[in-house]
Design a protein around this ligand. Structure first.
Ligand code: GLN
Ligand code: ZN
Length: 756
């Protein structure tokens, strides 16, 4: 019989209960016992939702108080020595110390989970790392689920993914620890089998990457020794098609294989053709990474196809990946536009879709006649709705001619024109855009939202703030001032709210890391800009100073990747629509007298596809989109961009191809080491390597910034260098920002005197 299964459920709670409870525990306002109880309540609620929906395989151990990789580290007892852990069961204090650090010990590193916006805690490994079962969490949760009448399918991060995502602290290869880690995995499986567990879900998402021969060998070794313990394994892959790893994944001796048929659409036939006899195939049909309703008829087609080939007993229906990456329940979106809402499905709705596909695959379409009719209606509505399809945008897109992607002169010829027009000194100073978001600013925004402050009052408050920010920059002699972005709550939301084609949820929270959740904007239709978005603020700021005020925009790639995107057209298409909307803004800013415009693109690197083969086509449209947004201006107008990192080695060509006149990047934490990429490649345009780490409250001295600039001139032409902080200043206080920027201007002056 075809089974409805799930791979993981968002743990944060529909009202973010887990977030608030955990934060209260950290503050000391609730006890550990209370936190543990809230965790149990959330699990119970979510299991019951799944059970009632009709899910046969319900994931257990997908819950975590902070992160599932950290839970794996705790389960395996791989606690780094600096936490002085007793070696008994990993307690809450040790667990949260690893996640967040404590008074004496820094936290473990955190990084992005594949190409999602979820962040995991990176395992720290050395040759001396010992593994042994060190928490009861997974076993307790299995018992808990069984007591509630739920058939648990425990989820583990598989050994090869766990080690591969770990970071060696002593130069040993993490995979060398395989022989040490496998016996512990075996013990875990044996214990689970003793608890009566039939299936375990072994997540190996690194199978969605290009893996090395060593990783491939590790897979073979690992799974050869993990089968045969009275428990069946579903090898679970997601986020991409298996591509070159297809034979490997199919050949491992696990009883089931899960494949992602959303991100990895198109791989079904080739997987079916190679399915070994008896292996079960779990079809990832319902998108775990987006908020759109499933096209049930299309999914059914794929499911029938698999059943024809394998038989009903060897097919499971599942989400593409864990539902962790989508919000919990659309029922809480009471204020959303009903038509837009009718197109969406959050986790709770996705469970029903999985069950519907399963039922119809098993019993025929008539078993879900009503759901199918509704789904068809949504597909039709989205295909034809004038709210999605804007003829003006479409006709503009159809007419994208090559010259729109190019400034009229190359950089080498623009540069002298800009020099004369802007009259900037050597080592010009600037900032990345935002200034401290003070209590005043936040209160004004809250009051506007509540209705206790009208728009006139709000505008006045923001203008007051801009006045202060501009006066301060003039006073300390910053060459290229900014208005400080007080009016922006968030760099994507601020623009999304003013663009056609974007909408916002009230409760679409998704976990980003630990207790931090984000509510991504939703791009549902063709994007355009009904009216200028930043021109009034920037022109006001420009009116306060003779210096060239820098206009500040969020770029098309970042606007795309930090949102839920439409799934009815390629991302490249959406990105270019956004680029056109931003182009209008860029041109209007210029017309209003703004001579330098920065288009932030912190997301360009995280948008890189997981398979290297796909990089070129992505980078091509990403670069085109940026250029489309930036190229409408005169040669004299200077375009800047900003990225919050500088690990560009492998995409340096694309970074240069953006053809921004200047790029600011993060380099101070690495003491300019990261600039190496720019020397090897010989970056042609101007560049502002951050000299001030804004992530730290420490105020950098003049001397240390001079030292960094001295390093920069060893690899870059002094005439190429801008002096700026690493990133925006919105999270810092004025008491830090003032002295730091005064010092930064002095450091630039010292360099200027030397090279004059
Ligand atoms: N201009 C934005 C700011 O200064 C850039 C933020 C970012 O790079 N993430 O805040
Ligand atoms: Zn930044």
């Amino acid at each position: 019989m075809v089974l409805a299964t799930n791979l993981g459920f968002p743990r944060i709670g529909a009202k973010r209960e887990l977030k608030f409870a955990t934060e209260n525990f950290w503050k000391g306002t609730i006890s550990e016992a209370e936190l543990v109880q809230i965790g149990a309540d959330i699990r119970c609620t979510h299991w019951m939702m799944q059970k009632e929906a009709g899910i046969a395989h319900i994931p257990v151990n997908d819950f975590a108080f902070y992160d599932q990789m950290l839970d794996m580290t705790a389960l395996l007892g791989a606690v780094p020595p600096r936490y002085k852990w007793s070696g008994d069961a990993v307690d809450m204090a040790t667990y949260f110390a690893m996640a967040r650090g404590n008074a004496t010990t820094p936290a473990m590193e955190m990084t992005k989970w594949f190409d999602t916006n979820y962040h995991y805690i990176v395992p720290e490994l050395t040759a001396a790392t010992q593994f042994r079962i060190s928490t009861r969490k997974i076993f307790d949760e299995v018992a808990e689920a069984k007591a509630l009448g739920v058939m648990p399918r425990p989820v583990l991060i598989g050994p090869v993914t766990y080690l591969s995502l770990g970071k060696s602290k002593d130069g040993t290869s993490p995979l060398d620890l395989l022989s040490k880690i496998l016996p512990v995995y075996r013990q875990i499986l044996i214990k689970l089998a003793e608890q009566g567990v039939e299936w375990v879900q072994m997540d190996e998402p690194i199978l969605a990457l290009d893996i090395s021969a060593a990783q491939e060998a590790a897979f073979r070794t690992a799974y050869a020794t993990l089968v045969g313990f009275g428990i069946k394994i579903c090898l679970t892959t997601y986020f991409e098609k298996l591509s070159a790893n297809e034979d490997l994944a199919l050949g491992l001796p696990t009883e089931a294989l899960h494949i992602d048929l959303r991100r990895g659409a198109g791989q079904l036939d080739s997987v079916l053709a190679k399915m070994p006899a008896d292996k079960i195939l779990s079809l990832g049909l319902v998108d775990g990474r987006n908020i759109w309703r499933n096209n049930l008829r299309a999914s059914l087609g794929l499911a029938h196809h698999a059943v024809d080939k394998l038989g009903a007993d060897r097919v499971w229906i599942a989400p593409s990946c864990s539902l962790l990456h989508c919000p919990i329940d659309l029922a809480h979106e009471v204020r959303m536009d009903p038509q837009l809402r009718s197109w969406m499905a959050y986790a709770a709705q996705k469970l029903k879709e999985i069950v519907a596909i399963t039922k119809a695959t098993q019993n025929g379409e008539s078993a879900i006649a009503e759901a199918l009719t509704e789904s068809d209606a949504v597909v039709k509505d989205r295909a034809t709705s004038p709210r999605i399809h804007d003829p003006a945008v479409k006709s503009r897109m159809a007419k994208l001619s090559p010259h729109l992607f190019h400034r009229s002169l190359p950089f080498s010829e623009r540069r002298p024109l800009q020099r004369t027009a802007l009259g900037l000194p050597l080592f010009p100073t600037t900032t990345i855009g935002s200034f401290p978001q003070t209590k005043n600013i936040r209160e004004a925004r809250a009051a506007l939202k509540k209705g206790t402050l009208d728009l006139t009052g709000y505008d006045a408050a923001m203008k007051e703030e801009i006045k202060t920010v501009v006066a301060f920059q003039d006073e300390i002699g910053l060459d290229v001032p900014v208005h400080g972005e007080p009016e922006r709550n968030d760099m994507v939301e601020y623009f999304g709210e003013q663009l056609k084609g974007y909408t916002f949820s009230q409760n679409g929270w998704v976990q980003s890391y630990g207790t931090r959740c984000v509510k991504p904007p939703i791009i549902f239709g063709d994007v355009s800009r009904p009216a200028p978005m930043t021109v009034a603020w920037s022109s006001y700021a420009q009116s306060l100073t003779p210096r060239p005020m820098k206009g500040m925009l969020t770029g098309p790639i970042t606007m795309l990747f930090w949102s839920f995107v439409r799934d009815d057209q390629p991302k490249s298409e959406t990105c270019k629509q956004i680029a056109l909307a931003l182009r209008d803004e860029v041109v209007d800013l210029e017309a209003a007298g703004i001579r330098i415009i920065q288009i932030d693109e912190p997301a360009i690197r995280e948008g890189l596809p997981l398979h290297r083969d796909d990089w070129d086509s992505y980078l091509k449209w990403a670069v085109e989109s940026f250029r489309l947004s930036a190229s409408g201006v005169r040669n004299e107008t200077q375009i800047h961009t900003h990225m919050c990192y500088s690990e560009f080695n492998d995409i340096m060509g694309a970074i240069a191809a953006l053809d921004a006149d200047s790029i600011s990047i993060e380099t101070s934490r690495s003491q300019m080491e990261l600039l190496e990429a720019f020397t090897e490649f010989h970056y042609p345009n101007e560049i502002g390597p951050g000299v001030y780490d804004i992530h730290s409250p420490r105020i950098p001295s003049v001397d240390e910034m001079v030292v960094l600039l001295e390093k920069a001139v060893t690899v870059l032409d002094p005439a190429q260098i801008w002096v700026n902080p690493d990133c925006g200043l919105k999270t810092r206080g004025w008491d830090e920002v003032k002295p730091a920027l005064v010092n930064m201007v002095k450091a630039a002056q010292i360099m200027r005197d030397r090279f004059r």
